[in-house]
Write a protein that binds this ligand. Structure first.
Ligand code: X8Z
Ligand code: ZN
Length: 605
């Protein structure tokens, strides 16, 4: 491996150069001092470099074309080179001789990129170009069954999945979108080779092991932890699956939705069958008992993307968060442009480690988009809360925390809250209304759990070489069937690359974070409701406008990743463990109801 010496003139940099290249046996006290200076240097260099990378990435994501693809790849390449060099220099410091803060910062440095490059410059350039290319392919993908005039992009195809109840139309939209991922397969195979090589150079078994090392516990322990959580929530999912399959049989017939078998994946209202809220009308427990059509209210009141975003901002401000900076409004992309390809998958951006925060989302006036905007602002307020931390601690306590903030707020968007902001009628409390409401939420929150788990199950095995390229698609469907109990709509082959039809695969974003978030957010919600002094069932609690809850929330966010997540979790919830007791408590009424409904049914697949 190449050893790189940094030649700089400042005092700090001199320490850095010395520590990285020459002295190996200095006394512990000097080591610690040098390490502090080294970490300080890292933090400022990383902040500077990532600013450039963020600018290139944002320009690319909001205007996909060959030039931005190239510039994004180049900026990434520089970041990857910096990381390789910095990690190499960091080897001069022995963790046991450092103070805990420096040791943690150096540990986090090693985990700082989601796909580390090999030190070989050619391979690094290849990796950077590949990741940039795959992301663009996904963002610009279109299904064109009958020439250029017939093209449909992801937004149009996912709309069909959400709204159509025509089996053949659903199947075509599903198949069409999935066909766009075929060309990504070859690049993904090479990507896995290169990123694994990078991870191995850093001392990890493979890239999956590296991802699993970012949870303040040994990677193998984390694997067990994730399985333990899945075992806790699996029965909840099983009940929902059973009930929904029964309802879909009524809509599409038992031939198409056979008893005791996985559900065809195109019938669940979502391209990936990951959240099922769109089929609520097909499965509504008590038709007419609730009038909660938020989408209709948004349309009727002519909510535009800015107003939707302001509504989310208001929620956070009601908790005591600051208003969003003016630049947020000037620089965010809130609506889909007509004249260029953009990455429509919603995301939140921390551009400069300071107050330049943005979101990018092709917002439409629907309930699902409304919830997603609140989700994205959760990321944004996390960024703003930890902006005074050093760069290496500017992250979620773990990545599941980052995903859980906005979703915790989503849980407070109760019928009473929606009524208060004028998006729903007055709530007439009844058991039927509660069950309807819980069903609507369960279609998102419980339905998501197996999907959240299986994506990285697939990737962990791919990175470990347990799933070979010639088995990519078959292994994918085996997991989807086992975990989710869904089946491919039409026969698949290894020409297909169905994992690549999901954003986070070509964009190489780890996914277990969402699985963790879907459990954690209920723990956060319960703790914040307690802080707010709320008494009553969890699903009726909203922390909107509650300053005590807001204070507790903000205190947690301000810590970023500066300490092990267990400490941070304990501070908010009193426990050091993620666990499913809160989600089970939250859905208690629905779970009891489902048990009744499913009596006599042969559940499972
Ligand atoms: O990717 C997202 C967010 C951006 S962090 C919109 N989510 C996952 C997905 O869409 O697959 C939120 C739920 C899960
Ligand atoms: Zn997110």
């Amino acid at each position: 491996m190449i050893r790189r010496c940094v030649r700089l003139t400042t005092a700090v940099a001199a320490v850095l150069a010395v520590a990285g290249c020459e002295r190996k046996t200095e006394p512990a006290a000097t080591q610690a001092e040098n390490a502090d200076a080294f970490v300080e240097q890292l933090n400022s260099e990383l902040a500077e470099l990532s600013r450039e990378a963020a600018a290139a990435a944002y320009a690319y994501a909001t205007f996909i074309n060959p030039d931005t693809e190239f510039l994004n790849a180049k900026a990434n390449e520089r970041v990857l080179e910096y990381f390789s060099g910095a990690v190499e220099r960091a080897k001069a410091y022995k963790p046991e001789q450092l103070n805990p803060t420096a040791a943690r910062a150096i540990q986090l440095l090693k985990l700082g990129v989601s796909a580390p490059a090999p030190t070989d410059a050619t391979k690094r350039a290849e990796l950077a170009a590949l990741t940039s290319k795959m992301e663009g392919m996904y963002g610009a993908a279109k299904y064109c069954p009958k020439g250029p005039e017939s093209c449909k992009d992801q937004t149009e195809l996912t709309d069909i999945l959400a709204r159509s109840r025509n089996y053949d139309e659903l199947t075509e939209a599903w198949t069409g979108w999935h066909s766009t991922a075929r060309p990504i397969r070859k690049d993904y195979v090479r990507f896995v080779e290169l990123a694994n090589e990078g991870a191995r150079e850093l001392g990890f078994d493979n890239l999956g092991a590296m991802w699993r090392s970012n949870y303040d516990m040994p990677p193998d322990e984390f694997t067990k932890e994730a399985s333990r959580l899945w075992d806790q929530v699996k029965p909840l999912y099983g009940s929902l699956h059973c009930y929904v399959r029964g309802k879909l049989q009524k809509t599409y017939g038992e031939q198409r939705v056979p008893a005791g078998k996985p559900i065809p994946a195109q019938l669940l209202g979502n391209m990936w069958a990951q959240q099922w809220g769109e089929i609520y009308p097909l499965v509504e427990p008590y038709p007419g008992a609730t009038d909660m059509n938020v989408t209709a209210a948004l349309e009727k009141q002519k909510y535009d993307p800015v107003r939707i975003t302001q509504s989310a901002e208001n929620f956070y401000v009601s908790l005591g968060f600051p208003k969003l900076p003016q630049t947020f409004w000037e620089r965010s992309l809130l609506a889909k442009p007509r004249d260029r390809d953009v990455q429509c998958h919603a995301s939140a951006w921390h551009m400069d480690g300071n107050e330049d925060v943005r979101i990018k989302q092709c917002i439409e006036p629907t309930q699902e988009h409304l919830m997603t905007v609140y989700h994205e602002l959760g990321h944004v307020f996390y960024y703003l809360s930890y902006k005074d931390q050093p760069y290496l601690f500017q992250s979620g306590a773990h990545d599941g925390f980052h995903e859980a903030i906005g979703d915790t707020v989503n849980l407070s968007m109760t019928p009473a809250y929606l009524h208060r902001i004028g998006l729903a009628g007055a709530v007439k409390p009844s058991n039927e209304a509660t069950i309807n409401q819980q069903m609507r939420l369960a279609l998102d929150k419980l339905a998501f759990l197996p999907f959240g788990k299986l994506i990285d199950e697939w990737r962990w095995k791919v990175f470990a070489g347990e799933i070979k390229p010639e088995e990519y698609n078959a292994a994918w469907w085996k997991l989807r069937e086992t975990y989710q109990g869904v089946a491919a709509p039409v026969a698949r082959t290894e020409e297909d690359f169905d994992p690549g039809a999901k954003y986070h695969i070509p964009a190489n974003t780890p996914y277990t974070r969402y699985f963790l978030s879907y459990i954690l957010q209920f723990q956060f919600h319960r703790a914040l409701c307690q802080a707010a002094g709320f008494q009553g069932p969890l699903h009726e609690c909203s922390i909107y406008d509650n300053k005590e809850a807001g204070q507790r929330f903000r205190d947690m966010l301000a810590l970023g990743q500066s300490q092990p997540w267990q400490d941070t979790l304990e501070k908010l919830t009193g426990t050091r463990e993620m666990d499913a007791s809160a989600i089970t408590e939250y859905f208690a009424p629905l779970l009891a109801w489902l048990e009744e409904q499913n009596k006599g049914q042969s559940c499972g697949w």
